[in-house]
Design a protein around this ligand. Sequence first.
Ligand code: GDD
Ligand code: MN
Length: 381
Amino acid sequence: MPQLSIVVPTFNELGNVTELRDRIAAALPGVDWELIYVDDDSPDGTAEQLVALAQQDRRVRCMLRIGRRGLASACIEGLLAASSPLVAVIDADLQHDETQLPRMVELLRDPELDVVVGSRYVDSGSIGDWSRSRALISRLATSLARSVLKADLRDPMSGFFMMKREAVLRCVRAGTSGVGFKILLDLFASSPTPLRFREIPYTFRERHSGASKLDSNVAWEYLLMLLDRLCGRVVPIRFIAFSLVGAFGLVVHMAVLALLLQGFGLGFVVAQSAATLVAMTSNFALNNLLTYRDMRLRGMGLLRGWFSFVAACSIGGLANVGIATWLFQREGGWVVPAIAGVLVGAVWNYALTALYTWKRPSARKAAPPATRPVAAPPSLS
Ligand code: GDD
Ligand code: MN
């Protein structure tokens, strides 16, 4: 029975997964370990490579997730599939220092400790050769995280840590959000009792092979995760995202309206209608890019989606004006009726577009067959 399960999220890490297994084997000679890779159906064929690796090495497993994406949720699923008393998370690209794993195992013998975190910001730890802008952004995101957390973690954004399995279960049961990149932060923020931790330094290395998945979406997902921590128990995360996009739509609306009225001298009704359509279209595009990034519409689906979005939001707009007018006539003041109207409209738009615009594919079988050939399993003879 393994003593330690190491979870490795992968997306397009073909050139790294075997090297990581080799280095872990070299780093942990005295420990009975298993390696659980969680791959989101990488187009570069990482999963096929992992299956081949698992065929020759019993300590390796590949969990394949199809039709889903996300670093944090992949880690959580890998952690839940682990059956060792100790579990760890490490990146596939060899940026984390696997030679620290034995020390983590050693430290976790202490019954008073739940988690050991590999930290870039304690003692001799370092971020390696990062550009000044990336270092600054990382520092900024770190201090934001520290303000949401009750724990005094120096590196809450670390993706490299080891933890007792029971502690992981307690966090997940209490409700991890699973959104975005920050798995450690997610675990700390959801733990029912403060996690007892220790940070040990390591130096963040250069990526071994392949490219980073950190893109502009990461900042957005990070913002969503922080908001989710603050109010996610009451309001669904997608609704928060949808509302943020809606608020930005108001800015677009006013800008277009001002331009058409003052720049082009159009009449109010025409300008207001045009601004509404532009704002709806930009809201549709942004929601498709951000709120529903995991089920993004493409090609003809985009056109059909736009029609249903505009139709749903037009009815939502009518409901908004209807409720607000009704309240206004009864109450007199304008602030409460206006807010009530906007809220009813937003909930309506959210509910309807979730049903009709970005509906979950009704049957996976309708999805086109994989074009990538699946590698034949090695012959058993
Ligand atoms: N399954 C899955 N699904 N894995 C993913 C996904 C995904 O959608 N996105 C990224 N990964 C995997 C990558 O394959 C890699 O093994 C690991 O998650 C980290 O992704 P990178 O693209 O290498 O991220 P990074 O180097 O910019 O950021 C890392 O370092 C930071 C500093 O420690 C991450 O570990 C961050 O969580 C960490 O904060
Ligand atoms: Mn990396």
